[in-house]
Design a protein around this ligand. Structure first.
Ligand SMILES: C[S@@+](CC[C@H](N)C(=O)[O-])C[C@H]1O[C@@H](n2cnc3c(N)ncnc32)[C@H](O)[C@@H]1O
Length: 239
């Protein structure tokens, strides 16, 4: 009887315990031979790209961007609601910040997070000109976006995740800043599509993104939207 009970208990423990995701050892690898577009540091088999400098900020505001990237559809895919709190990590000049601020409205908040003060200055100048008042700038660092704990309904990274110097640590911090049920959304140029005219290290495959997010037991994949011309919108939820 005691044997049956102990077998039953160990089966029940196995069934209900969630296996902790295994971290790669070492977490990051440095290789002498690497692409000139990357920093020579590798995470789960991919090389991390250089950060786009503020000197190239004009590219983010190019007039043809809306048509090329169908940024209107990208914003729609986020399914934002009035009153929501959103963080735009690597917000650059605020291209997405201004578009999202209109939807969340005066009761909502957009945290615009950057590691380059010059980008934050450009973003704030644009918000002043557009008379947008629901945006809070945050100067983060390479490991921490410095967001308040459990404050966000949605955290967005457009064309940013592939250039995070510390993707694992940043994702841990972003999970901490999400409310339960909150969404973490990565918009990345599709590596699967050779016709997308972007440097290889600045693209990401859906498979690679899912592999990296699987390190975080609190996240579950919710959807991938592929109706944009060049990018995919990959959505995770905090359990
Ligand atoms: C290619 S730009 C994209 C800007 C913006 N998301 C857009 O689509 O218009 C990438 C931005 O991410 C920022 N960035 C890189 N690593 C970051 C980090 N750890 N935290 C916050 N911003 C970061 C860079 O400074 C740069 O401005």
């Amino acid at each position: 009887m005691r044997l049956i009970l102990s077998v039953f208990l160990s089966l029940a423990t196995f069934a209900f315990s969630e296996e902790a995701p295994k971290l790669p050892v070492p977490l990051y690898e440095t290789r002498a031979q690497h692409s000139r577009d990357g920093i020579g540091k590798f995470f789960m088999g991919r090389e991390i790209a250089h950060v786009m400098g503020h000197q190239a900020a004009g590219w983010l505001e190019r007039p043809e961007r809306e048509q090329e990237e169908r940024t209107d559809l990208a914003v729609k895919a986020l399914d934002l609601k009035p009153g929501e709190a959103v963080a735009d990590i690597g917000c650059g000049t605020g291209y997405y910040v201004s578009r999202m601020s209109r939807i969340v409205g005066e009761k909502g908040t957009i945290f615009g997070v950057e590691i380059q003060q010059e980008m934050l200055d450009l973003m704030l100048r644009k918000m002043r000109l557009m008379k947008i008042e629901n945006v809070k700038p945050i100067l983060g660092d390479v490991k921490d976006p410095k967001l308040p704990a459990e404050s966000c309904d949605l955290i967005l990274l457009v064309d940013v995740y592939h250039e995070l110097d510390f993707p694992y640590e940043m994702t841990r911090a972003m999970i901490g800043a999400l409310k339960k049920g909150g969404r973490l959304v990565l918009i990345e140029f599709r590596k699967e599509d050779p016709k997308v005219p972007i440097k290889e290290l600045h693209k990401m495959s859906e498979e690679q993104v899912k592999k990296e997010m699987a390190l975080h037991a609190e996240l579950e994949w919710a959807a991938t939207k592929t109706d944009l011309p060049q990018q995919h919108v990959i959505i995770f939820k905090k359990k």
